[in-house]
Design a binder for this molecule. Sequence first.
Ligand code: B1M
Length: 215
Amino acid sequence: MSHEQLASIATAVTTGDKASAVAGTQQALAAGIEPLTVIDEGLVPGIREAGDRFQCGDYFLPNLIASARAMSAAMQLLEPELHARQQMARRLGTVVIGTVKGDIHEIGKSLVATMLAANGFEVHDLGVDVPIERFVSAVREHQANLVGMSALLTTTMGVQRKVIEALRAEGLRDGVKVMVGGAPVGEQWAAQIGADGYAEDAVGAVELAKRLASG
Ligand code: B1M
């Protein structure tokens, strides 16, 4: 039963049981469950539950790290599957993406990067804890027409604004569209800092990137 399989993947991630998260993901794929369904209905609820337990003090940092490792290991199986399902002949644009300085949350940003690449964008993933200047130099280096910034902490959201200011100061802002995302970020924040758009999840990020690249 697919619902039970997805629920057990979620539990494996929440409890930081990497072997079970990987085995459950393999079984779900073998059973024909779509990779995005495994992510949205198995892995993401699992990691969110870990976050909730952390927030209310039931979990500590090592628990959160174990959950993140379990999720990342399962994601490694799913990324090639996501790519394999998309065949884009046309290049839609060049994206520079990263998690901003001070922030090491990687999973959501990497999922967005994978989905963009799988949907026809050339993606340069700068990783996590990316300095402001690195976004700027990467836009130049890769002649990017899109910049994507992820921030998961209320304390690092402000760096997204600083990157936009730096792009403006370097005369690059008019040549690139800026998209932002991450749990504490929203439409209002995007408008406030002068970004071109916000997406709530990876599927929304692909839609937004397509819209921005064609506009
Ligand atoms: Co941290 N963490 N964490 N954490 N962590 C959160 C974000 C938190 C909400 C947990 C909580 O308290 N409930 C909280 C932030 C509170 C706040 O500021 N509002 C928090 C905290 C406090 C911290 C530390 C400060 C804890 C500490 O040290 N005391 C610390 C900070 C470290 C740092 O960055 N400097 C920390 C550390 C960590 C780990 C290292 C243990 C680990 C990350 C491991 C890794 O990434 N390799 C971790 C994790 C796993 C989480 C939670 C549990 C899960 C994040 C995640 O991967 N979600 C998170 C709780 C939560 O989010 N509910 C939490 C799954 C992922 C698929 O979703 O990342 O939201 P998400 O990405 C989504 C969308 O947001 C969107 O699409 C993605 C796919 O659907 N999206 C974009 C993301 N980027 C986008 C970009 C776009 C468009 C859409 O365009 C460019």
